[in-house]
Design a protein around this ligand. Structure first.
Ligand SMILES: *Cc1c(COP(=O)(O)O)cnc(C)c1O
Length: 388
């Protein structure tokens, strides 16, 4: 796999932007397909493809060999269909009153994770006069979505809806609580419970072709959880879901997102100058300060003040002082001879020495998922590579 940096297309007149390497997405998915085989890969593209851009990423994931796409909200699935994406599509969140009939029309598979969702789907199927394709979600221990204590009754009801011709059950699935800690006892317990739940469905005459349980972490670390299909999200974007076990390069993945800004001001400051709100940073010597035009309105976590890493002319620097709404400051050092307009890599590829979403997550006390997903819509997305 190449480690050549993706070109950094610099859109004119823009302070900061997100470039997304679609070839990295495609190659990451191809790697996941290789690791998951013979299980299929459903690429999770919820949350605007974790901030990377829904439609271009979906196409790149399909080019890499994903046979399914997964989203949380029905609206995200409809957006993919509106863009002409025809691949099988699974959605797992809709509220009471949602247009489930519209989802049936658009060939979107919806998740039945409760009695009321089954009722809504059956009503939509009757309205349309054709079966709705559904996947049933069992809560095997996460304690979040899915059918928990009333699984036996729901199995009966699902079997009844199927017998009536209201639903076609194409899948049964669940989600881990501790996939990022593969040795955690709940991992094994959830797998056992999942198999039991599948067996109960089967005894009721329902044998869905797709059983699935694995997110990125389980895809990469737990082949016993692959079943018929895996649902990686984070790994599609080249980020490690188990940073304690290795960075993304270790898993044969590469980061798809790079966030770049242009310094809007470079100025000299004397020793003892307080920097940014509250003067949490004070210069220790005469130096040169640079103003980076990104702040928490752009997705830079305020909690990464004094710590968030950036790369300027090949040097790793940290945020000096607090992160503001639209900007933060870096201490470029006394010898800096650059000027406004110089590029700052805010996050990119670890293998190229750039700070990563994982580094920002450590600086802000969060996870890399939140760093990439929160890059604000006001930052232009520039997609490179792929076939657009
Ligand atoms: C988000 C999500 C995934 C993907 O999780 P990653 O940890 O990003 O791989 C898989 N399945 C479900 C149900 C999800 O909500």
């Amino acid at each position: 796999m190449t480690t050549v940096p993706a070109p950094s297309p610099a859109p004119a007149g823009v302070s900061a932007w997100v470039s997304v390497d679609l070839d990295a997405v495609r190659d990451n998915v191809a790697e996941l397909v290789r690791r998951a085989a013979p299980a299929q890969v459903l690429a999770v593209v919820k949350g605007d493809a974790y901030g990377h851009g829904l439609v271009p990423v979906a196409r790149a994931a399909l080019a890499g060999g994903a046979t399914w796409l997964g989203v949380a909200q029905l609206a995200e699935a409809l957006e993919l269909r509106a863009a002409g994406v025809t691949a099988p599509l699974l959605s797992w969140i809709f509220p009471p009153g949602a247009d489930v009939a519209g989802a049936v029309d658009a060939d979107i598979e919806v998740t039945v994770g409760s009695a009321w969702t089954l009722d809504a789907v059956v009503a939509a199927a009757r309205e349309r006069g054709r079966p709705a394709r559904v996947q049933v979600k069992v809560d095997t221990g996460l304690g979040r979505g899915g059918i928990l204590t009333d699984w036996p009754e729901m199995v009966e009801r699902v079997a009844g809806a199927r017998a009536e011709g209201a639903v076609e059950v194409t899948g049964v699935w669940s989600h881990f609580a501790w996939a990022d800690a593969p040795q955690h006892p709940t991992v094994r317990a959830q797998q056992v419970r999942f198999l039991e739940a599948c067996a109960e469905l089967e005894r009721a005459g329902v044998r869905p072709p797709l059983r699935h349980l694995a997110n990125s972490a389980a895809t990469l670390t737990n082949p016993a959880a692959h079943f018929d299909l895996v649902r990686p999200g984070l790994a599609v974007y080249g980020l490690s879901p188990v940073p304690d076990l290795g960075d993304s390069a270790h898993f044969g993945l590469r980061e798809a997102m790079r966030v770049t800004a242009r310094l809007t001001l470079v100025k000299r400051a004397r020793a003892g100058q307080g920097v940014s709100y509250g003067h949490e940073y004070v210069t220790e010597r005469d130096t040169v300060l640079g103003l980076v035009p990104m702040g928490y309105a752009d997705g830079i976590p305020r909690g990464a003040g004094q710590r968030g890493p950036v790369l300027v002319r090949g040097r790793r620097l940290r945020v000096a002082g607090r992160v503001c709404m639209d900007q933060f400051v870096v201490d470029l050092g006394p010898g800096y001879d650059g000027s406004a307009g110089d590029e700052v890599v805010v996050l990119g590829r670890g293998a190229d020495g750039e700070p990563t979403a994982e580094h920002w997550a450590e600086a802000a006390g969060t996870i890399s998922y939140e760093i990439v997903t929160r890059m604000a819509p006001r930052l232009p997305r520039v997609h490179v590579g792929g076939q657009r």
